[in-house]
Design a protein around this ligand. Sequence first.
Ligand code: ZN
Ligand code: ZN
Ligand code: ZN
Ligand code: ZN
Ligand code: ZN
Ligand code: ZN
Length: 279
Amino acid sequence: MSSMTRPSHYTTSAYPPYGGSSSSTSYGGGSVAGGSAASLKPQSTHAKGATSPVQEEEVDALTNLLVQSMDNAADPEFFGMCADCGLKVVGEGSGCTAMDRVFHIACFTCRVCSCRLQGKPFYAVDGEPHCQECYMNSLEKCCVCSEPILDRILRATGKPYHPQCFTCIVCLLCLDGIPFTVDAANRIHCIDDFHKKFAPRCSVCHDPIMPEPGQEETVRVVALDRSFHVQCYKCEDCDLVLSSEAEGRGCYPLDGRVLCKSCNALRVNALTSTTSTEL
Ligand SMILES: [Zn+2]
Ligand SMILES: [Zn+2]
Ligand SMILES: [Zn+2]
Ligand SMILES: [Zn+2]
Ligand SMILES: [Zn+2]
Ligand SMILES: [Zn+2]
């Protein structure tokens, strides 16, 4: 079994309209709902030297962008370099931020189908944006219900399952975290149903021979090419429970009958006397 964590789910937002040149203007920030995308402000905030401590901190977080863009710092319309095409992002409404990077709106696209993602939910897979549809298509599908697996993948016999789809085919009990076994066709069974279905049958009572509660191994007696519950392996004449390991309780079969030593002797004697009488 293995598990996978889902990539974070982000949304983007375009830059809000730039507020003009007055030093008292609040820019509002280009905040992004959810995820870890940065809240960017036009670089001129720093150039004007009118930043509050909070603004200073946010600007400090953008050191790399600032270094790259010092030449452009005087241009209030400059937002940064596009992480996709490498060209300047200039002018309100032309850029967006996602995954702590700046993109042209036209450059922020799904890496699989190239659809534009600005303003839409997207998924960052190894730092690459994917639209919802492509992301879903890239996920492993549950081998039972064929739906994509968004959260934990339960892997058994090499196949992926939703944990809730991993159930015994007989009793439908969910076997996530519970011991299970498979038949020859790799179908999932709880231990109980597996034994009920496949355990050898006792030749005396015809019930399946299952492990004792709490035990993993089945104990059975095999004699005369037949299987027996330990307690069903008895002399057919006197019901003495037989065992090859107990002194004096060995099996002395006669004509396919399970017999104790003394019942075997009685039958042999009876046969012998009948034979002699007939002679
Ligand atoms: Zn671009
Ligand atoms: Zn796509
Ligand atoms: Zn499923
Ligand atoms: Zn079951
Ligand atoms: Zn039995
Ligand atoms: Zn007996």
